[in-house]
Design a protein around this ligand. Sequence first.
Ligand code: SAM
Length: 200
Amino acid sequence: MTPQIKSKERVFEHGEVFTNTREVKAMLNMVQQEAVDINSTFLEPACGNGNFLAEILMRKLKSVEQLYRNDGRLYFINLLRAVASIYGIDIQEDNVKETKERLYNLTFSRCSRLFAQKTPAEIQKAIQMILNRNIQCGNTLTFSDSSRKPLLISEWDIDDKLCITQKDYDYKMMVETGCETNPVCVYPKIQIIPSKKQVA
Ligand SMILES: C[S@@+](CC[C@H](N)C(=O)[O-])C[C@H]1O[C@@H](n2cnc3c(N)ncnc32)[C@H](O)[C@@H]1O
C-alpha cells in the first residue's frame, strides 16, 4: 500500500495525509457520471500528489479509448480535452511535481497500450504545456501562486482541427462569483500539427 504520510512534520505543518485508493475510488463513484465525462472539469484545491486527479484522469481516458480507439485523430483530440479538464493546486512544490509526472506518465502509458506508434511529439508537447498550467503550486486560501501573484486558472478550448485557445481566469474571482467572471487574458489560438502518419 502507498504510504499515506511523507513525514510527521508535513502532517503538522500542512495537514498532509494522503487519501488511500479505496476511499478515492469510493468517493469518485459518487460522481461516476462526471468522472467518466471527457469534458467535465475537476479542480482539486489541495491535490497532494494527485491521488484523486490520477483516478479521474484514468476514468476519462478509458472513456476516450472506448469512444475513439478506432480513429487516431479523434483519439488524440479527446485525450487532450480529458487532460485539459483536470486542475490541481498544492502548496508544496514536490507534490505539484509528482502530480504532473503522474498524470503525464498515466496518459502515455494508456496511449502506448493502444497504439504501437509513439504518441506524436506535438501532442506530447501540448499535454506537457497543459499540465504545466493546470497543475500549479499555490495557496488556495490566499488565492496566490508560489510567486505571490494571483492564482490563474486556464480554460482550454480544443476544436476538431486541433486548434487550442487558452483563456485565463482569476481564481479568486471565480470563487467569489461562482465562475461568472470574464477572462483576464485570452491567448492567440495555436494549432497543433502532428505528422499525418502518426494520427491517421
Ligand atoms: C490531507 S492532504 C490531501 C491530499 C490529497 N487531496 C489526497 O487526498 O491525497 C492536504 C494537502 O493540502 C495541501 N495544502 C495545505 N494547505 C494548503 C493551502 N493553503 N493551499 C493549497 N494546498 C494546501 C498539503 O500540501 C497537502 O498535500
